[in-house]
Design a protein around this ligand. Structure first.
Ligand code: PGA
Length: 261
């Protein structure tokens, strides 16, 4: 795992956008795995800006979102399809047919999950998977106690997640309890992962994911087994890391090596 500690949310969003843009420039047919939530909003704004001002071209990009609430259709304001449309897809030149999000209204959910996996496979897999992290260490909607090898499936949201996400709904009772989520195995198949975390409320999850054991009790710890993962964290989210100074030193050396090359 590479740990990049940044000063603030703006820098986090800039650096995350840099990763996405670099992938798109290197491989115009890039397949992106995308998260929702508050954390990636700055990244999406930067990408939109780069598209508008710098002509960043999304016409050949394919995307797969991590998850969707079960029971919410694309017109529901809190559905992740709606979120993505509003913050990214509706503001760039991506072909809507190349944007994939699990169907929150699927009747045959088993089939929906199987098809999602096949679709990812059929385009050659995900090149760059961007991730957020929950307070409980979840990535996607993979809550503690699941399987480290899980695939796309229907999941039950943990009470902490329901509570955290209730800020987007008018009451906690309106938050769906079920979702379709890519599994930890699905996420681990991505060629590269970039996880974003900011704020003190994520500090414990980051500490456990980076410096704790690999365990299904901390789903993001599965990334320790992934050879190409970068965590971009602000000072607050990094505040509990015991080896923070070492990560900083590694980061400086990497920048130095990059300059030599
Ligand atoms: P947040 O959510 O970005 O809104 O904090 C992250 C997550 O739950 O994965």
């Amino acid at each position: 795992m590479d740990i990049v500690i940044v000063a603030d949310y703006q820098e986090l969003s800039e650096i995350a956008a840099g990763y996405v843009i670099a992938h798109m420039k290197k491989k115009p047919r890039t397949v992106l795995g995308l998260p929702t939530g508050s954390t990636p909003e700055g990244l999406y704004s930067r990408l939109v800006e780069e598209h508008r001002k710098g002509g960043l071209d999304f016409s050949t990009v394919t995307t797969f979102n991590l998850d969707e609430y079960l029971g919410l259709g694309p017109d529901h304001e809190q559905s992740y399809r709606h979120y993505m449309q509003k913050r990214l897809f509706g503001r760039i030149n991506i072909n809507e047919e190349h944007t994939h999000i699990p169907d929150g209204l699927a009747r045959d959910t088993d089939r929906c999950c199987r098809d999602y996996e096949h679709l990812i496979e059929s385009v050659g897999g995900i090149d760059l998977q961007v991730l957020g992290i929950g307070r409980d260490g979840h990535i996607g909607f993979n809550e503690p106690g699941g399987s480290l090898a899980s695939r796309t499936r229907v999941v039950v949201l943990a009470p902490e997640t329901v509570e955290d996400n209730s800020r987007f709904f008018s009451s906690v009772d309106e938050v769906p309890q079920l979702a379709v989520s890519m599994g930890l195995g699905t996420i681990s198949d991505a060629r590269r992962c970039v996880l974003l975390a900011c704020g003190e409320q994520k500090a414990e999850a980051i500490e456990q994911s980076v410096e704790g054991p690999v365990t299904a009790m901390v789903p993001a710890s599965v990334l320790q087994m992934h050879p190409e993962t970068t965590l971009i964290v602000d000072e607050a989210a990094a505040s509990r890391l015991r080896r923070k100074n070492y990560y900083r030193a590694v980061q400086e050396k990497r920048e130095h090596i990059a300059q030599i090359n």
